[in-house]
Design a protein around this ligand. Structure first.
Ligand code: PMT
Length: 405
């Protein structure tokens, strides 16, 4: 429940259809006792009028960078200094790109550069624009600069498409702003995550590996950080950059991953095994490149140690969450792993199908624990990771409450 606050909030809308929801946001913030001043970009003015926002906020709306009257009343530098926080809702792909590149050619981009207060943005755009690598790079850059991203949500879009890009609802943005964030479910907790594939060398140039891209594990690291956790990510070779604030440990083989995870696991509150660890490695690594010879050849493999099971059998063990990648009888095999490996929870995904699982940006999960299960439908791995982290936080809390009533 959000209580009243007395913050000075600078609320800016850039030019997207979601700007109509910004009016409701002003109303909600004022209801919570916040003082709100509104900035509209010229593109936003095509969707909504300054008059609406003047009436709702009780202050003249700023639209110009170099307007003599407005500069006298509350110049852009003063406006930036006045604010306790700046929220841009909706934030279009254009304004996000401007912020991330430090452009200052209109009132809002200049305000962003001048603002020393916390900055929040609620992106809103077509799903393809949101998913475009350049937009995601811009978002990451802003996050690295300390900007908090609220949303976007998945669903029907004004353009008739479906997917991520819809601005979060005003109530959610309001809660986020007034509580500092809605993200503190793992505050003070430490989370160890393994991600990506392992590589098992055959000779100096060849290895056995799998298709894991690390996307699922990296998204979990980001989601856990956003919930206030301190996160260590033990990662096989992937081409992703680790989320800001992650303690990244790079490994290559299953044995290295085993060592790096096991030496830490007992000190962590949660371990999530999202890596696709090789079950077997070549029994011998040839020192020289193996020469092409017979038409048929044999590689002898030996079983690797099971990292997940070893963590879950530690005397002082974290809340242990495994993944199960299955091509058949998902629940039966996942529940088997839950029992056999002594886990608290297992997140099972279909693999080898047309979409989801390995490499894909999307995935669906069926999560099992001893007394229950929850299905998460196919969605972007980042969103899915947020939902899984929320579930883990809930079950961890229940376990701790039972242990220490
Ligand atoms: O990386 P992405 O491209 O985003 O793909 C995500 C994913 C499909 C890799 C991920 O969602 C996933 O399912 N990860 C686990 C893959 C896997 O190895 O599943 P498994 O059913 O073979 O293993 C079960 C569990 O035991 C896993 O938690 C695995 O990390 C763990 N394990 C397996 C073998 C081993 N030697 N040590 C382990 O810890």
């Amino acid at each position: 429940m959000v209580s009243k606050i007395n913050k000075k909030i600078l609320l800016a809308a850039s030019g997207g259809i979601a700007a109509y929801k910004t009016a409701e946001l002003v109303r909600l913030l004022r209801k919570k006792n916040a003082e709100v001043r509104v900035v509209l970009t010229h593109a936003a003015e095509k969707f909504v009028t300054p008059l609406t926002f003047q009436a709702l906020s009780g202050h003249a709306v700023a639209t110009e960078l170099l307007d003599t009257e407005q500069e006298n009343a509350m110049g852009h530098i003063n406006l930036a200094r006045w604010a306790d926080l700046l929220i841009v809702a909706p934030a279009t792909a254009d304004i996000i790109a401007k912020f991330s590149h430090g452009l200052a050619d209109d009132l809002l981009s200049t305000l962003y550069l001048a603002a020393e207060c916390p900055v929040y943005i609620a992106p809103a755009m077509n799903q393809a624009m949101w998913n475009k690598t350049v937009t995601q790079d811009n978002i990451k850059k802003l996050q690295n600069h300390g900007v908090t991203i609220i949303g976007p949500e998945s669903g029907d879009q004004a353009c008739g498409e479906q997917g991520f890009g819809r601005m979060s609802e005003p109530e959610e943005i309001c809660n986020h702003l007034l509580t500092g964030s809605s993200s503190s479910l793992l505050q003070g907790k430490s989370v160890l995550i393994s991600a990506g594939p392992t590589r098992e060398p055959l000779d100096p140039v060849r290895y056995i590996s799998n298709r894991s891209s690390g996307k699922m594990g990296y998204a979990l690291a980001e989601a856990a950080i956003n919930q206030g956790a301190s996160v260590t990510l033990v990662s096989g070779p992937v081409s992703l950059s680790a989320p800001a604030k992650t303690n990244l440990v790079n490994v290559e083989t299953a044995q290295q991953m085993y060592e790096e995870v096991l030496q830490r696991a007992g000190l962590y509150d949660v371990y999530i095994g999202a890596a696709a660890v090789a079950d077997y490695s070549p029994d011998q690594i040839k020192e020289e490149k193996i020469k092409k010879q017979a038409d048929r050849t044999t590689i002898v493999l030996r079983k690797n140690k099971d990292i997940l099971s070893a963590v879950a059998h530690l005397k002082q063990r974290p809340f242990t969450v495994g993944f199960a990648a299955e091509t058949q009888e998902l629940e039966k095999y996942a529940r088997g792993k839950l029992e056999r490996k002594n886990l608290d929870m297992i997140a099972a995904n279909w693999v080898g199908k047309e979409s989801g699982g390995f490499e894909d940006d999307n995935n669906a999960l069926q999560v099992f624990w001893r007394q229950g299960k929850q299905n998460f439908e196919m969605m972007n791995k980042k969103r899915l990771a947020e939902k899984l982290i929320e579930l883990i936080a809930e079950k961890l809390d229940e376990k701790n409450t039972t242990k220490n009533p």
